[in-house]
Design a protein around this ligand. Structure first.
Ligand code: ZN
Ligand code: ZN
Length: 311
């Protein structure tokens, strides 16, 4: 069985760009969890159902959506009655750095969570590790201040903000969340939070700068700034807002997510965001490396240890 080479999706001109599309799809906790288990080898409905506190309606809707978007491929494995399995495509498989980055951030920064999370071992050095973001061009580790990002031709006019429509299905209150990555979801699961975080990484410090970059009502900006301060991601200091170490620590999640989005979705006008590594001057290709030995991480090079739900 050889799968056809998967090509990027051409997005309509003038509409939501690659960044909005990626955050709209993956800023959903259930989808991330389904992909996480798929990467560990889960293929069948019943196997997700038994591992996740998920309802049939939600699991069905997410599997359908991930298949429609080409992250999973539905294949019949039984004829009478017909039953389907879901296989990861290349587009789905390449979400792994995002999941590793989410895991690393929760492990490092969410105290209440640390006890419950399995830990990751880097197969090559054999050590318990946390992932670190590096530049694929020169190999150096990168922090937000090492990166200069500029809006690309499809990045203007709020086109990086996920549309409300793509969010409706995951709206809290109708379905709820899994609650397994609560703080990640506080940052990724709300369209204005994502935009706020993006503005902070692009250098916004003042209320007016956030408001201008988001094009959001002042009450929304104020509400998000309060939430971010409560999470310890931003801190207010005499009228300016700065990312804390915990906020800067989320950078690998955002960069791997944007990288995935721009690899798989293309606006005809061009990219949404262009990021340069100041250190080497090249366009930043985000890579995750092992925080212990510095070696590059690969999908198979990251072993999850102590996960009792693994298949
Ligand atoms: Zn570099
Ligand atoms: Zn290592």
């Amino acid at each position: 069985m050889t799968a056809a080479v998967q090509l990027p999706v051409r997005l309509p001109a003038g509409g939501p760009n690659a960044v909005a599309t990626a955050f709209g799809l993956l800023g959903d906790e259930w989808s991330l969890l389904i992909l996480r288990y798929a990467l560990q080898g889960v293929r069948r409905y019943a196997d997700w159902r038994s591992r996740l506190p998920i309802s049939d309606a939600v699991l069905t809707s997410r599997l359908t959506r991930l298949a429609e978007q080409g992250l999973l491929e539905r294949v019949a494995y039984q004829e009478r009655p017909v039953r389907y399995a879901y296989r990861l495509t290349e587009r789905g498989r390449t979400v792994w750095p995002v999941l590793v980055a989410v895991w690393g951030w929760e492990y490092r920064w969410v105290d209440t969570h640390r006890e419950e999370l399995p830990w990751m071992r880097h197969a090559e050095c054999g050590r318990h590790m946390e992932p670190v973001l590096a530049c694929g061009g020169c190999g150096d580790c990168v922090e937000p201040r090492d990166v200069r990002s500029e809006l690309g031709p499809s990045g203007e006019d709020g086109r990086s903000i996920p549309s409300a429509a793509t969010r409706r299905r995951s709206a809290a209150g109708t379905e709820g969340g899994a609650g397994l990555f609560p703080e990640t979801m506080a940052l990724l699961g709300n369209r204005w939070s994502v935009a706020m975080l993006g503005a902070a990484f692009l250098g916004a410090h003042r209320f007016g700068e956030f408001q201008q970059r988001l094009g959001a009502p002042p009450s929304m900006v104020a509400d998000r700034l309060r939430t971010f301060a409560a999470l310890g991601v931003l801190e207010a200091e005499s009228g300016t807002y700065r990312l804390t170490p915990k906020g800067r620590g989320f950078f690998p999640v955002v960069m791997t997510l944007i990288d995935w989005g721009q690899r798989w979705y293309e606006s005809p006008e061009g990219p949404a965001l262009v990021s340069l590594h100041r250190g080497c001057g090249r366009e930043l290709a985000p890579r995750l490396v092992c925080g212990e030995c510095g070696g590059g991480l690969s999908e198979r090079g990251v072993e999850v240890v102590g996960d009792t739900t693994a298949p």
